[in-house]
Design a protein around this ligand. Structure first.
Ligand SMILES: [Zn+2]
Ligand SMILES: [Zn+2]
Length: 80
């Protein structure tokens, strides 16, 4: 069995509402994609440790297209 993130794999759609204006926030993907830009020599595993996210969670960056607010949301990985 594998632990996978339901959002990265398109299994599930999670609706996150903006804390500021309540609009539906857009999923920009896992935060490791962004961290990789700044730490090209780190593997994903190390990046996850740096980010403080446990192995069973995938941290996604959600952003509000209305007011530009963004936040990190921890998504629990599921077993498939
Ligand atoms: Zn994910
Ligand atoms: Zn907003």
């Amino acid at each position: 069995m594998d632990l996978v993130c339901p959002l990265c794999n398109g299994i599930k759609d999670t609706v996150i509402r903006c804390s500021i204006c309540s609009a539906k926030m857009k999923d920009n993907g896992p935060i490791v994609n962004f961290l990789d830009d700044y730490s090209p020599y780190l593997s994903n595993d190390i990046t996850q440790l740096v980010d403080g996210a446990p192995q069973d969670q995938c941290v996604h960056l959600f952003s509000c297209e209305k007011c530009k607010y963004d936040k990190r949301v921890k998504i629990n990985r599921v077993r498939i």
